[in-house]
Design a binder for this molecule. Sequence first.
Ligand SMILES: Nc1ncnc2c1ncn2[C@@H]1O[C@H](COP(=O)(O)OP(=O)(O)OP(=O)(O)O)[C@@H](O)[C@H]1O
Ligand SMILES: [Mg+2]
Length: 382
Amino acid sequence: MFDTTQKIGILGGGQLGKMLCLAAANWDFKTCVLDASPDFPAGPVAFEFTPGDFKNYDDVLRFGQDKSLITIEIEHVNTDALRELEKWGIAVHPRPDALDTIKDKGLQKQFFSAHQIPSAPYEIFDDEKQLKSAIEAGRWALPLVQKTRTAGYDGRGVAVLRTTADLESKLLQGPCLAEELVPIQTELAVIAARNTLGAVKVFPAVEMDFHPEANLVEWLICPARISPLVAARAEALAEQVIQAFDICGLLAVEMFLTHDGDLLVNEVAPRPHNSGHHTINSAPTSQFEQHLRAICGLPLGETDQTLPAVMLNLLGEPGFKGPVRYSGVEECLALGGVHIHLYGKATTSPFRKMGHVTATATTIEEALKKARIVKDKLKVIA
Ligand SMILES: Nc1ncnc2c1ncn2[C@@H]1O[C@H](COP(=O)(O)OP(=O)(O)OP(=O)(O)O)[C@@H](O)[C@H]1O
Ligand SMILES: [Mg+2]
């Protein structure tokens, strides 16, 4: 429904919330954000800001009661409160049960198995000791990938265990899963959108290149440098996954293309995603507008790429901590086709996500050339 008076509640006021608010403002939609501090990125651009904890039952219930529609920018929210709000007739997208599945990497993997979604073989363990015993007993061989079930984000809940020494130094504590180490040719992400009427559209597959030290995506290249056939398979897989989850809104599907040409789903995120930021500047519909269209039951927008794009996260420069400053902005803007997005976080620290830049050009090679210059010149310092 296109209703500019309705209040759309967003749980989470980080950069994703901010960009969602900006997209909503284009249609005069009234966004209301719940998060700890109005100083967070979404604070200054939300129509209304409510201080509170999106993990707290009472805070979410109180926040949601006068909204017509609730959505999220982070999956780690209080879903009991969301289920209660649904009972009161408030629309919640994505649906809370799907959030519970996705929040827990163990449940997520079980969901993939139950729905014939290809993903790396795995086993769930109560804690790291149990995993260690399984390795010692020869049931699991090194190397393997250990993931904490709930604590991880930005690669922090992931450990690649290669040697017995790693079992002493790298093992992560608590409930976890072990996954076979996939021989990755390329990491891909496909963002699918499904609206409340059941229509689905997917954005073209993007290629994710990781920063070796920070374990954060460093370059994001769209369209991905893969064959049209692989791209079509990846996009069809993302559609299958969003249908299986039966959610409205966006679902980012992270995948591995293996050396054998197989596609395995790594994990999903039911919200706008880092791998879709380039759509603001290089697609007819941004992922944020698409999310709003989806949850409001509006026709989904066109997703064809308008221009090749390379996106890079602006990370806090190592060695700097404190009130943020940016250097090299003018030089980068002078390149043309360089779109700078700063999240407005007051302080920087090493590798903190402070913004992103999308470089567009008529070819990927040109866009990459600009992105490399930006990476070299544009610095987030204190
Ligand atoms: N089974 C695997 N085999 C090989 N590499 C893996 C495997 N699982 C994860 N990785 C590597 O670790 C990275 C982070 O894993 P994952 O996406 O599960 O963690 P995350 O903390 O949720 O990350 P993010 O928040 O950055 O998406 C992956 O992008 C990939 O590079
Ligand atoms: Mg990931």
